[in-house]
Structures are given as structure tokens and as C-alpha cells.
Design a protein around this ligand. Structure first.
Ligand code: LMR
Length: 351
């Protein structure tokens, strides 16, 4: 009997000692094991890049390509997250969001920067840039550098320019060809004095809305026309209502690729270099893609039932230009003669 009693006591003591030892061990582990890959995330830099157009546009595709290149060049250390279609911010609040570092990158049109930097209106002057070659020369030459440098005053790092080709006119009710077609036409334009002046000189009533509101404004007929590129017109399906398209090539559309300057300055020089290299490397591709997308959009629109396309003849263009002559003097004398001269010089260079 005693033998069983002692064996029982010894077994209980052994079990108790093993249990206490196990508990001690567990408690002594200071931190739980973790996955090394998760640790790597701490080192990752996320750049939130917001823009207002569709993904299948020159700007949308360029933003995606830029994100891929940056990821590749930095071995995944820098991730560019792209938010298209104005899902985060629209034309009215994206600049403020950038300055507050709520997002780190945006790519507004040059026109939308003119409220802050009036001399940028040089790129809104009509009928000066006429070919793709001239456009590329202007947007990659010294005028680009001088305009981008001005962004410093807004705590913004100007990185690059992208193109979306030439603007055309799309109208709801009838084609816009003669000057008389512009009379009292409620036309949506981007927020730029130079564009407002142009359409006022042509006899129209320019109205500014954000890009995100244009569809609604057309649908409810508060605007009757807009100027835009074919890729923007087609990708948003504006031709459901705006069935009369005039190929006028009267102005250009392009984008300033901008980053919050404080954020930019916080990046290591090698990361900054990868970002500028990515933009430089994709520059020719961006111009080609923009031309191709606008051509493809034209094909699509031309094949769409009910859509009528009119190419402005040289004589018709001459009449539009005639109505706009004073706009160049306005820019030269009231805004900035040297940018005007530089623009003309760059255009001539590619002739
Ligand atoms: C517009 O507002 O019509 C365009 O600026 C949209 C864009 O960014 O291409």
C-alpha cells in the first residue's frame, strides 16, 4: 500500500515540475515569433497618387506604368498606389490634399495650375503648337524646366510633364464650325483665364466645372459643349450626349507630374534618382501612347452610330484664329513675354 502511495506522490511531483517548467519557458519568450516579410513592410514607402481621369487614358496608363517602373527600380521598396477617376480627390481639392501631404502625387492639367501660377497660361494659348513633334519639343524643353521650377513656391516638387495631345470640341445639339455656332454656347472649360478669354472672344459662354461633374452637366443640359481630347471624350462616354465632334486641334492638353516637396525631400537620394529615372525612361513611350490612344479613340468614335465628326478646314481654322488674335498680346503684355518668346522658339526648333 505504502509502495503505491510513494509512487503516486513521486509521479505527481514530476508532472507538477514539468508543467511549471513549461509555463516558465512560454512566459520567458519576450516577443512572439513574427514573419520576416511583415517586418520588411516597415521599410516600404507608399506614394499615394491621385488623378481624375479613367485608367484607359494617356494619363491613366502612364500612372500605372510609372508605378511598375518605380517598384521594379526600387526592388519593391517604393510602392506607388494609383487612385484614378477622382475617387480620392477632385479638381477642386487635390492640390490642397497634395500640399497637406494627404496624398503625395497628383498630375493636374497645366490649365488647372494657372490660378496659382498665371504664367502657366502660356500653354493654353491656342493654335501655336500644331504637330506632335512640336508638342514633345515644348513639353520636354527648357520651358518645362522653367515652369516646373515655379512650383517650389507652393511647396511642390515639379517632376515632369506628360501629354494628352490636342483638344477638340464636342457638342450636344449641332456641330461647332462657324463662329456663329459659338454664339452664347454654354461650353465647359477648365479653370484657366486664358481659356475663358478664348471662348468669350469666339462668342461662347465659358463655364468651369470639375472634370467629375461634366457628365452630369451634359446630361442635365446645363452645358452644351466642351473642349477635350478624344481619349478623354471617348473613355468617359461623353459621346452618348455629345455626338457632334469638331477636330479643331485648337489647343493642347498636358499634365504636370508633382509631388509634395517635404515628402520628396524626406526620400533618400537614391530613391529620388529612381523616381526621376522612371519618369525620364518612360517619356518617349508616354508621348507615343498619348498619340496612339487619341487616334484609337477617334477610330472608335467614328465607328459609333450617331456620332458625326467634322475636321476643321484650313479656311475655317483661319476664321477661328482671326477671332483670337488679341489673346497673344494679352499674354505677352499682361502676363509674361519671355515665356511666350520661349514657346515660339521651341515650336520653331521642331519645324
Ligand atoms: C478635364 O478636366 O477636362 C481634364 O483635365 C481631365 C484630365 O485630367 O485629363
Amino acid at each position: 500500500m505504502m509502495k503505491y502511495f510513494f509512487t503516486g506522490v513521486i509521479l505527481t511531483v514530476v508532472i507538477l515540475i514539468s508543467f511549471i517548467g513549461y509555463r516558465q519557458n512560454v512566459m520567458n519568450i519576450a516577443t512572439l515569433p513574427f514573419d520576416d516579410e511583415q517586418n520588411g513592410l516597415k521599410e516600404q514607402i507608399i506614394i499615394h497618387f491621385s488623378h481624375v481621369v479613367a485608367e484607359n487614358t494617356p494619363k491613366g496608363l502612364a500612372a500605372t506604368k510609372f508605378a511598375e517602373l518605380v517598384k521594379e527600380k526600387t526592388n519593391g521598396r517604393v510602392i506607388v498606389q494609383v487612385y484614378p477617376n477622382g475617387i480620392l480627390y477632385n479638381d477642386e481639392n487635390e492640390l490642397e490634399a497634395l500640399q497637406n501631404n494627404d496624398i503625395q502625387m497628383i498630375a493636374p492639367t497645366f490649365s488647372k495650375m494657372t490660378t496659382y501660377l498665371p504664367s502657366w497660361q502660356v500653354l493654353d494659348l491656342p493654335f501655336i503648337i500644331e504637330t506632335d513633334e512640336q508638342l514633345q519639343q515644348v513639353l520636354t524643353g527648357p520651358l518645362k524646366d522653367q515652369l516646373l521650377d515655379q512650383l517650389d513656391t507652393l511647396n511642390i516638387k515639379g517632376l515632369h510633364f506628360w501629354s494628352n495631345g490636342f483638344k477638340q470640341i464636342a457638342a450636344n445639339d449641332s456641330p461647332i464650325i462657324q463662329l456663329s455656332d459659338f454664339q452664347n454656347l454654354r461650353i465647359r472649360v477648365m479653370d484657366s483665364d486664358m481659356i475663358h478669354r478664348q471662348f468669350s472672344l469666339l462668342g461662347a459662354t465659358p463655364i468651369t466645372t470639375t472634370f467629375g461633374d461634366v457628365f452630369y452637366e451634359i446630361e442635365n443640359k446645363s452645358i452644351q459643349a466642351q473642349e477635350n481630347t478624344l481619349s478623354n471624350l471617348y473613355s468617359k462616354g461623353f459621346h452618348q450626349y455629345e455626338k457632334h465632334i469638331t477636330l479643331s486641334n485648337h489647343g493642347i492638353m498636358g499634365y504636370a507630374i508633382m509631388m509634395n516637396e517635404t515628402f520628396w525631400n524626406s526620400l533618400d537620394p537614391d530613391i529620388q534618382q529612381h523616381i526621376t529615372d522612371a519618369l525620364e525612361e518612360m517619356s518617349d513611350w508616354q508621348f507615343e501612347t498619348s498619340t496612339k490612344m487619341n487616334e484609337a479613340s477617334l477610330q472608335e468614335l467614328a465607328q459609333t452610330e450617331g456620332v458625326a465628326i467634322h475636321s476643321l478646314t484650313a479656311a475655317e481654322k483661319h476664321i477661328w484664329k482671326g477671332a483670337l488674335t488679341q489673346i497673344y498680346d494679352t499674354y505677352k503684355h499682361e502676363i509674361n513675354d519671355s515665356y511666350y518668346q520661349l514657346l515660339i522658339e521651341q515650336v520653331k526648333l521642331s519645324n
